[in-house]
Design a protein around this ligand. Structure first.
Ligand code: BGC
Length: 365
C-alpha cells in the first residue's frame, strides 16, 4: 500500500540558495526541506550542517529548536560543531594515537593534545556535494564528501555519503555510508544541539531525558573513557526513567565533576530483533515538544552544553550561554581504537560502513 499524504506541502524542497563563500572560494549552498505537517529544516553544504529545525508545540506553534548561525562566518569560526556532521572519528582519541594492524598512527591533535571530532579541519569544515531528492512522502538531501589519503593523519581515501530524509511521519532519517581503500577508523555522527524551547530561549535544564542505557563509559580528566562500562544505577547518570537534566547535574559526583556536567557516552541497551534501538527520549514539558532517537549505533554521547559560554552568537543575535543547548550524538564509543574491548571502528577496504539514526519529532500530551 502506498502512503498518500492528504496534505502534502506545495513544495517539499526549496530552491538551493547560495549561503556564502569560504575563504578558499568554495560556494556554500543552503536548501530547505518541509513535510506534510509543516516541519521544516534547512541544510548547508558546509559541514552538512542542519542549520534550522522548526517543530510545533501542543498549540501548533513552531519554533526553531536547532542551535546555529545566521551567516557562513558563524560556521567558519565555530568551535562547538553546531549542527554539523562530524568525522572521520567523532569524539576523542587519546593523544591522537593508535595502532592500526600493528602500525602506529598519529592523528591531528586539536583538543588539549588529543584528537577531537576529526581534527583541525574535520568533516564539519568541508564543503559537501549536496543532491536534493523528493518522494511522495518525504524529501531529503544526499551529501557526499571525499576525504583524501592522509587527511588529518587518517590513512586511505574515504568516500562518505550521508543522507538526510525528512518524512511525513515526522521522522528525520540520517543514513551514513562510507568506503575506504585502506584500513581506517571511522565513527560518524551528527552534532546538532537541541533547545526545545527554541534556540536562544534559555537553558535546557528543564528538559526531561530518558536514555535507554543501563551503563555508561566513565571518563578521566581529559574526558576520555577509562575503559570501564559502569552501571548507572544509583548514580546521577541513571536516565533509564525520565529525569530533568538539571535535577542532579549539580550533585557532588566525581563523573559530573570530570565532565563539567554531562559529557559522557552511554551504552545503549539493545532490544532483540530491532534494527534500530531506542536510544533517547527528550521532552520539553511546557511546550510538549519532544524527540525520540533511534539508532543502529552502540553508544550515544549526551553532552549538556557545558562548554557553551556565550561567546558564540547564534541566530537572531542570541549568544549561546552555558547549557543552552544539548547534543545527543549517536556513535561508537570514544577512543575505541585504544580499547580493544570496545566495539571496533575500523573500516577495511571492500567493506561498507553503514549506520542509521532516526530522530522522531513528537508532541507529547
Ligand atoms: C564533546 C564535548 C566537546 C564538544 C565540542 C562534544 O561532542 O562531548 O566534550 O566540548 O563536543 O563542542
Amino acid at each position: 500500500m502506498t502512503h498518500q499524504p492528504t496534505n502534502a506541502p506545495a513544495r517539499r524542497l526549496s530552491a538551493r540558495a547560495p549561503f556564502g563563500t569560504t575563504p578558499a572560494g568554495e560556494v556554500v549552498e543552503q536548501i530547505e526541506l518541509a513535510n506534510a505537517h509543516g516541519l521544516r529544516m534547512s541544510v548547508l553544504s558546509y559541514g552538512g550542517v542542519i542549520r534550522t529545525l522548526h517543530l510545533p508545540d501542543r498549540a501548533g506553534a513552531f519554533v526553531d529548536v536547532a542551535l546555529g548561525y545566521d551567516t557562513l562566518d558563524g560556521y567558519l569560526t565555530d568551535t562547538a560543531y553546531l549542527g554539523a556532521l562530524v568525522g572521520r572519528v567523532a569524539n576523542r582519541i587519546r593523544a591522537g594515537r593508535m595502532t592500526v594492524e600493528g602500525r602506529p598512527l598519529t592523528l591531528a591533535q586539536n583538543a588539549d593534545g588529543n584528537h577531537l571530532h576529526g581534527g583541525m579541519r574535520g568533516f564539519d569544515k568541508a564543503v559537501w556535494r549536496m543532491e536534493p531528492f523528493e518522494r511522495d512522502d518525504a524529501a531529503g538531501v544526499v551529501l557526499s564528501h571525499v576525504s583524501p589519503d592522509g587527511d588529518e593523519g587518517y590513512p586511505g581515501t574515504l568516500r562518505v555519503e550521508v543522507t538526510y530524509t525528512l518524512d511525513d511521519g515526522n521522522r528525520l532519517h540520517v543514513d551514513y555510508r562510507a568506503t575506504s581503500d585502506a584500513v581506517t577508523p571511522v565513527n560518524l555522527t551528527q552534532h546538532g544541539y537541541f533547545n526545545l524551547h527554541g534556540a536562544g530561549r534559555g537553558d535546557i535544564l528543564d528538559h526531561e531525558l530518558t536514555l535507554n542505557a543501563s551503563r555508561f563509559t566513565p571518563v578521566d580528566d581529559a574526558l576520555i573513557p577509562t575503559g570501564e562500562l559502569r552501571p548507572v544505577a544509583g548514580t546521577p547518570f541513571d536516565f533509564t526513567t525520565p529525569h530533568r537534566i538539571g535535577a542532579r547535574i549539580g550533585q557532588a559526583d566525581e563523573q559530573l565533576r570530570l565532565g563539567r556536567g554531562y559529557d559522557h557516552n552511554f551504552v545503549i541497551d539493545p532490544r532483540d530483533g530491532d534494527d534500530l534501538a531506542l536510544a533517547a527520549r527528550l521532552t520539553e514539558p511546557h511546550s510538549g515538544r519532544g524527540v525520540d532517537v533511534y539508532t543502529t549505533e552502540p553508544g550515544i554521547q549526551f553532552y549538556s552544553g557545558n562548554f557553551l559560554d556565550g561567546s558564540a552568537v547564534g541566530k537572531g543575535g542570541h549568544p549561546y550561554r552555558y547549557r543552552t543547548g544539548l547534543a545527543l550524538e549517536t556513535q561508537h564509543f570514544p577512543d575505541a581504537p585504544n580499547h580493544p574491548e570496545f566495539p571496533s571502528i575500523l573500516l577495511r577496504p571492500g567493506a561498507e560502513y553503514r549506520t542509521s539514526t532516526i530522530y522522531h519529532f513528537v508532541v507529547r500530551p
